[in-house]
Design a protein around this ligand. Structure first.
Ligand code: NAD
Length: 477
């Protein structure tokens, strides 16, 4: 079992100031997987001091120098790719195939490099106002607080644009899945990222997370996680007026019209169950036009019953366990609530799937006849649980889809282009995905309303870490 109590601060692995052990649990077996430390204020102070000290020199480097360093990290990342996939699989329960094919994907690093290469760091504002220059500059030292569900993806979506921008940073990964981030720290170190530019302090939300959020030496917090924590961070950051970028929860509607392609329902159920339902952008509310609703419920049942569940270390197309006992209990309580509130349990339900008495496994579950306002319709379940709702008209579908505090991703399935475009405009969400087509490479990821205010990926993800400076009477060079 891995034991690594040190934090990566100022270019070295250093012992924590306070020794508070934390056991990372393998969700497939409930056995300990690793021991790390949870840091405190003194560790945060040390990491912030290192990042602040490194900032002036790093911010002054040429973007080409930073890009070259990122390319070196990418090379190391690709060399150690299998280790990364295995760390993720172990800590958060993603089965081998998912961990290797999706979870560990280096696309965010590649995207950040491409974006930085194309970015215009300094340009004239307008030919009509000669000498008026716009300069994009790094915001400063950034605190990054990340969750466990797509752990390295969420970390790389922050670290690489911030490196490209010329920011320095302190990362606090999720205490449930810190191993991937610690591995990345080793890679950044090997690549020769200057000391103090990247720092990592492990900890929990109340300790290190809160200390970073209120720290006067932090200029910005970039957070991905729950809406609850996003609110706490925003409040803690308010006294020092930091920029706070939030990527929060979601309760995506997947609107399936009668003219949808024949694979739409199957695709929607599978998407909902992907990563064992632990994705902020999962299409967890399936809204189906009434004329095809009964058939859709039947198809959803078949897909759920064909979905196998198994341990992360086994090969195969199965879904893994949930990440933790806490999440297991939460998902079980929401399934019970669904039954209590009168939704029709089509398949799945409470308890572990047959054959399991250990591990945080959940039965792939379909609820039909879910009514707007029920807990399983309002709350993010974060498990393999689909809520199906019939609708009678386009307007009603839009009303149900928009009647949520969240606004991350909505989905539309229809062969009618004009209808799709109407819906794309009417749905209140940061992202609309239609007919199973994912958004383009480098498209911005983020939400509206209580899904947050950040946009990660592409040029939008880089600009999050930049300040805009406006200069007059710039002399031609
Ligand atoms: P969480 O909010 O409990 O934890 C996320 C991170 O925040 C962890 O590192 C945690 O230690 C830290 N944290 C918790 N409380 C804090 C506080 N008061 N102050 C500072 N830091 C604090 O979320 P989770 O359970 O790890 O992850 C699941 C949530 O993340 C879901 O709600 C999911 O929708 C959301 N999520 C959103 C996106 C997105 O891009 N919109 C992506 C993935 C996950």
């Amino acid at each position: 079992m891995l034991t690594k109590r040190e934090f990566y601060i100022d270019g070295a692995w250093v012992a924590p100031h306070e020794a508070r052990d934390w056991t990372v649990v393998n969700p497939s077996t409930e056995e300990p997987a690793a021991v790390i430390s949870l840091g405190g204020q003194a560790d945060v102070d040390a990491a912030v001091a290192a990042a602040n000290a490194a900032f002036p020199a790093w911010a002054a480097t040429d973007p080409a120098e930073r890009i070259a360093l990122m390319e070196k990290v990418l090379e190391i990342y690709n060399r150690r790719y299998d280790e990364m996939a295995e760390a993720i699989s172990l800590e958060m329960g993603a089965p081998k195939k998912l961990a290797h094919q999706s979870q560990a994907d280096a696309c965010n690093i590649e995207d950040a490099i491409r974006t930085a290469k194309d970015f215009n760091w300094m340009h004239e504002m307008d030919p009509a106002t000669p000498g008026s220059m716009i300069i994009h500059e790094p915001i400063g030292t950034v605190a990054m607080i990340t969750p466990w569900n797509w752990p390295i993806s969420q970390v790389t979506l922050k670290v690489f644009p911030a490196l490209a921008a010329g920011c320095t940073m302190v990362l606090k990964p999720s205490e449930y899945a810190p191993l991937d981030a610690m591995l990345l720290a080793e890679m950044l170190d090997e690549a020769g990222v200057p000391k103090g530019v990247f720092n990592l302090v492990n900890g929990d939300g109340e300790g290190v997370g809160a200390a970073l959020s209120r720290h006067p030496g932090i200029d910005m917090v970039s957070f991905t996680g729950s809406t609850r924590a996003g609110i706490a961070i925003s409040k803690a950051a308010a006294d020092t007026l930091k920029r706070v970028s939030l990527e929060l929860g979601g309760k995506g509607a997947n609107i399936i019209f009668a003219d949808a392609d024949e694979r739409a329902v199957k695709r929607g159920v599978r998407h909902c169950f992907n990563n064992t339902g632990q994705s902020c952008n999962a299409p967890t509310r399936m809204l189906v036009e009434r004329s095809v609703y009964d058939q859709a419920v039947e198809t959803a049942k078949e897909v759920a019953e064909a979905t196998t569940v198994g341990p992360a270390h086994e090969d195969g197309p199965h879904i893994g366990p949930l990440v933790s006992e806490r999440q297991y209990k939460r998902v079980q309580a929401l399934i019970e609530k669904g039954i209590e509130e009168g939704a029709r349990l089509v398949t799945g339900g409470p308890g572990r799937p047959e054959g399991f008495n250990r591990g945080f496994y959940v039965r792939p579950t379909i609820f039909a006849d879910v009514e707007p306002g029920m807990a399983i319709e309002r709350e993010e379940v974060f498990g393999p649980v689909l809520a199906m709702i019939p609708f009678d008209s386009e307007d009603q579908a839009v009303d149900i889809a928009n009647d949520t505090p969240y606004g991350l991703t909505n989905y539309v399935q229809s062969q009618d282009g004009a209808k799709r475009n109407r819906l794309a405009r009417k749905l209140r969400a940061g992202m609309i995905e239609m007919n199973g087509r994912s958004r383009g490479q480098g498209a911005p990821f983020g939400g509206v309303k209580q899904s947050g205010n950040g946009r990660e990926g592409g040029v939008w993800g880089l600009e999050e870490y930049l300040e805009v400076k406006s200069v007059s009477d710039w002399a031609a060079e």
